[in-house]
Design a protein around this ligand. Sequence first.
Ligand code: KG4
Ligand code: ZN
Length: 334
Amino acid sequence: MSVLILAIESSCDDTSASVIQDGEVLSNCIANQEIHKLYGGVVPEAASRAHQVNIVPVVDAAIKKAGIKKENLSAIAFTRGPGLIGSLLVGVSFAKAFAMSLEIPMIEVNHMQAHILAHYAEEPKPPLPFLCLTVSGGHTQIVKVTDHLKMELLGSTIDDAAGEAFDKAAKLLGLSYPGGPLVDELSKEGDAERFTFTFPKVGELNYSFSGLKTQFLYFLQKEEKLNNKFIQQNLNDICASYQQHIINYLFIKLKKAVAHYNIKDVAIAGGVSANSCLRKTLEKTGQEEGWNTFIPEFEYCTDNAAMIAITGQFKLEKGHLSDQSATPSARMTF
Ligand code: KG4
Ligand code: ZN
């Protein structure tokens, strides 16, 4: 008999529901929250309230699009963490009620593990073991994936995430939220070598992005003092140079990890893996260094419930279930 899983993702500001059948994605519906654009960043209270409004219609849409009956579902998977507590609570509570009413098992999923396992929603699937650079709005990690559910954190940011570095810089440039995709777009017409920034000194395979934010702020303040139209006149070059700097920095550590662990199957995951320059750089570096590279489809880069469903399927196969005592967790390790 086939395994049908409904999954819920509500860790930040996207409400998503997905149905998969034996690992094949039948639907992956996402409701974005426009309200945060007004504030230039995610407002937790507003995110929680918007999830509350969106969750039933999004689940309904995912079930209808999949063309299934909810009574035929085998299990429900949900994001337990990491994320914003008020946002996670909505998904966890919904999953509990849904599981109870249908008398089906619940599967809790780690959001960061799911970003990585999104690669198993499509071909080619990375062989084990592989390394994954996971870059999102809240995390920047280099992970060794030994088995689908066995992951080791090799390095991570000690402060801000790469996505945050994109979003905060975009805000300083007067761009809307989320700024990452806008910086990406504006960079396409810019000179990436025009402006330079310095790298922080952080040990091993760890990253730091908070200093870069300050560096960028001082750079803009200095230039705007000399020419109050500096941003306006140089927007494409500023974006391209800043984006290039982040990507160069990500790759310094990623190359170090590949050399140290001698694993040449290398993937990227998370919202920032949608960045066109990051995707091209991985492909090019792979060709130069002899790596096999894995780049997710756009649909599976930013937050989505299909990745939660895929992870749920791996956990269900191993019998890793949760129950009505499940609670959301703002911080979670592998
Ligand atoms: O994985 P995700 O959807 O949510 C978290 O788990 O945090 O990642 C969101 C982040 C945001 O910071 C957003 O600006 C960034 O991913 N992002 C991008 C691009 N698309 C999304 N950053 C750079 N270039 C992009 N094309
Ligand atoms: Zn995410």
